[in-house]
Design a protein around this ligand. Structure first.
Ligand SMILES: *Cc1c(COP(=O)(O)O)cnc(C)c1O
Length: 369
């Protein structure tokens, strides 16, 4: 896979056109903050989707240094890759077991999240075959209706608990559907159902809360919380810090006349003679095309609106109102920073910040500070 090597120094080589600066201290602090909010629980990191776009290896080894011992990814291939970085951590695979994958879990010491009775039978069979107890997580659906044991399989599980003796069931978990909205009664409904089931399995650790669940209060914390977006400040709380600064360079500056148009489809007509700057970033880099004619970038703190359609490699901004001393061909502009957050961009185009962070492209150089 083509991707730019990450930088670990302050010096910006002149060949770069786009840059994602990732504040590792902010991630570490967010982790500590989330741990202290759930101080009686252990705090697992959810690092699926390349750690929400911020870099699986870099983020995971940083968190391990901060004392994190439990890491969740979505799919098996992510876990196999992560194992090469984290030799001594618990790595859980949320998607669970698919046919013929058991040996990959065993050989890489990965822990499957068992999401239905079939997965449980398969894992118990493998354990007997190998003559050793295999570790696992049991995921019960309490209202999300996406992953986890459904009602029927949950009943089956509780009437055949002896199956668990072949295994080493580490965690009993469920996932909240609406934790971002503290007012939604579904949260408490899920929590009660979870608790009623969980108390029948006292030997297993219990885990229910994602980042939103941490903020719902200690009743939701149980033995382990699982935080993803909070690590990166992608959750609306004053206690968390954003960690991303996204920049691109101005490639060219031009003047165009009143009545002329900008970009593909001529979707923006200039209402005055204008100065335009062309930036070396486009939708292939994950700079979302829905920001066309809507978003803005910051040039030394000045707002420069996006004009015309964002194309594959380029974005044009209007710099007419910005003092000329503030920019030149080759200077850097900011597309995301502490005051212009991913959440703001996402809100502008009716999506969530994780959709944007996870799509930031491989062509962008990552700089870890
Ligand atoms: C993604 C995920 C999390 C983490 O969610 P955040 O909202 O990013 O904290 C936790 N648990 C499960 C099952 C998930 O799929």
């Amino acid at each position: 896979m083509y991707s730019q090597p990450a930088l670990h120094q302050d010096y910006l080589p002149p060949h770069l056109t786009t840059l994602m600066e990732i504040d590792t201290q902010a991630i570490a602090e967010n982790y500590k903050t989330l741990c202290s909010l759930a101080q009686n629980s252990s705090c697992a990191a959810v690092v699926k989707a390349n750690a929400y776009g911020f870099g699986l290896q870099e983020v995971s080894s940083l968190l391990q240094q901060e004392g994190c011992q439990d890491f969740f990814v979505a799919h098996l291939e992510e876990a196999i890759f992560l194992k090469t970085t984290l030799k001594n951590a618990n790595i859980y695979v949320l998607s669970g077991l698919l046919p013929e994958t058991a040996e990959f879990f065993v050989n890489n010491s990965l822990i499957p999240v068992l999401n239905d009775f079939g997965m449980l039978e398969y894992w118990a069979y493998e354990a007997k075959l190998r003559g050793k107890k295999l570790p696992c997580v049991l995921h019960i659906d309490t209202g999300m209706h996406r992953n986890g044991f459904d009602r029927k399989d949950t009943e089956k599980l509780f009437s055949s608990l002896e199956m668990l003796t072949a295994l080493e069931p580490k965690i009993f978990m469920s996932h909240l559907a609406s934790s971002h909205d503290p007012k939604d009664p579904l949260n408490e409904q899920q929590r009660r159902l979870f608790e009623s089931l969980q108390t029948q399995l006292p030997s297993m650790k219990a885990s229910l809360a994602d980042t939103g669940g941490i903020y719902l209060g200690s009743a939701f914390h149980y033995d382990m919380v699982r935080t993803g977006k909070g690590l990166f400040g992608l959750y609306p709380s004053d206690s968390l810090r954003p960690c991303l600064n996204l920049r691109a360079r101005i490639l060219q500056i031009r003047t165009a006349l009143k009545g002329e148009s900008v970009g593909y489809g001529a979707t923006h007509l200039l209402t005055r003679e204008s100065k335009l700057a062309t930036l070396g970033i486009g939708f292939v880099d994950g700079y979302d095309r829905r920001l066309s004619n809507k978003g803005y970038v910051l040039i030394q703190g000045f707002k420069a609106p996006i004009v015309g359609r964002i194309s594959m490699d380029y974005t044009v901004v209007d710099v007419t109102d910005i003092p000329e001393s503030e920019y030149y061909a080759g200077s850097w502009v900011e597309l995301v920073n502490d005051t212009l957050s991913l959440d703001m961009l996402a809100h502008e185009i009716g999506t969530i910040s994780r959709e944007l962070s996870t799509r930031l492209g491989n062509r962008i150089t990552r700089l870890y500070r």
